[in-house]
Ligand binder design. Structure first.
Ligand SMILES: [Zn+2]
Length: 444
């Protein structure tokens, strides 16, 4: 391995025309392959009156119908175990992952050997971009049971780093492993990075003195919230790098570089569009909407125009790190967004405000509910040692939320430090009592 700044320099620094030319070739191939081999796509393209030959430019993908999470659920098990979106025979499939099913029936994600090998190379590239080298030791504190994030550890090993397959062991064990094996990199969720660091402190271990130099976070938006990122970096005296993945496609599809401003997308594997959440109309780069991904090279189950449910925006142009791939900037999950007095609010907006106030611990819970036919919200926080009297603190929090978000909460409840549940994996910080609607199915 060279001492290059890049894993695949030619591709990572390629001019936009080169990126788009390669994407167009892959798009034509995968759309043709999906149409010829996946019963669902044959039916839905015919229904929409589109054919693979209609793809002459990248923009032509806009003529094709969307799919979403519900499409996956409702086509699984039809025709075969992997279902009607799959485009290969089951004997070609060598790996299958499943989502946690926290919002419904678990969705599966099949890989051929080639899909799997190419995916792991993407993980190596993103980890190399995150600063990992063959001298590093990497603790993968990610769930291994069926979860697509598990095999990402092979990406670290692929670049020559030492893989430490800790998974999600209890925090005492993880701290012991960190002391024993002295990893320079660890990966976990942002909530758990905070929890583990705080747990270490309570046990008399100073996280800043541990071996960890960089923390990869994924699974929640915290890594892109400046105040949360700062809190984790200060707690561990380590640099934070955010990864973003979708169980429907890959473990990680995009990751931060040292600039910490957006996540470089693996554009050789994914074509991204941003669409209006309500109308599905394609939005220009830089505008915020729902991200739609088309997998360009995954043959086991091609994902053509998959509505990710993630809200964000896309920027293009050469990054400070020299890379030219598009960057995605995630704002939040569509399902978590709530509207109060006409203002779209994400839990991450509330978190941005709360993490900046020294008088509270940064842990919080948002309660969204309907009263008088309108949505309202309240927050629960925890006082830290330096806190003012509760009434003063409440006023300060209400004022900060009002000035930054535009609408104030109906109430603020101040609790003792430690009263709110700490996340072992993904934090449940939004209690939504609006009578949630299920995803609307996109199904032909
Ligand atoms: Zn960059």
């Amino acid at each position: 391995m060279s001492d290059s700044k890049y894993w695949e320099e030619e591709w990572e620094t390629a001019p936009r025309e080169v990126i788009e030319q390669k994407q167009l070739e892959s798009l034509k191939e995968i759309v043709g392959f999906a149409y010829a081999n996946a019963p669902y796509y044959k039916r839905s393209f015919d229904e929409a009156g589109v054919k693979p030959e209609d793809i002459k430019t990248l923009e032509d993908i806009r003529k094709f119908p969307f799919i979403n999470k519900q499409t996956e659920r409702l086509t699984q098990g039809k025709g075969s175990m992997v279902g009607e979106l799959a485009a290969v025979d089951e004997k070609e499939i060598i790996f299958i992952s499943a989502s946690s099913g926290s919002t419904g029936v678990p969705t599966i994600s099949p890989f051929t050997q080639k899909d799997f090998d190419e995916w792991i190379n993407i993980e190596s590239r993103l980890m190399y971009q995150a600063g990992m080298r063959n001298t590093d030791r990497y603790m993968h504190g990610i769930n291994f049971s069926l979860f697509v994030g598990g095999p990402c550890v092979l990406g670290a090993q692929g670049l020559g780093a030492m893989g430490i397959w800790s998974g999600t062991l209890p925090s005492d064990r993880l701290l012991y492993i960190i002391q024993q094996f002295q990893p320079t990199f660890i990966q976990t969720t942002p909530s758990y990075a905070l929890y583990l660091g705080e747990t270490a402190k309570k046990k008399g271990i100073n996280p800043k003195e541990l071996s960890v130099k960089r923390i990869i976070v994924a699974g929640e938006p915290g890594g892109s919230i400046p105040a949360t990122r700062k809190a984790i970096e200060e707690l561990w005296d380590a640099k934070l790098i955010e990864f973003y993945g979708l169980s429907d496609i890959f473990g990680a599809c995009a990751a931060m570089c040292d600039e910490q401003d957006g996540l470089h997308l693996a554009e050789d594997h994914i074509l991204v569009e941003t669409v209006d959440v309500n109308t599905g109309e394609v939005l220009p780069d830089g505008e915020t909407g729902e991200l739609v991904f088309t997998s360009l090279r995954k043959h086991a189950r091609p994902m053509i125009r998959f509505r990710t449910g993630d809200i964000g925006y896309v920027t293009k142009g050469r990054c400070g790190c020299g890379r030219t791939s598009a960057k995605i900037h995630i704002v939040g999950r569509k399902d978590d967004m709530f509207i109060v007095s006409g203002v779209n609010i994400f839990p991450s907006d509330v978190e941005t405000v709360l993490r900046e106030l020294k008088e509270i611990t940064g842990e919080y819970r948002i309660h969204v509910f309907n009263r008088d036919y309108t949505a309202r919200y309240g927050v629960e926080v925890e006082r830290s040692e330096s806190a003012d009297k509760d009434e003063e603190l409440k006023k300060k929090i209400v004022a900060a939320l009002k000035s930054r978000i535009g609408v104030k909460p109906d109430y603020v409840t101040v609790l003792d430090d430690g009263a709110l549940p700490r996340a072992e994996h993904k934090a449940k910080r939004l209690i939504d009592e609006r009578g949630k609607e299920d995803d609307q199915a996109i199904l032909i």
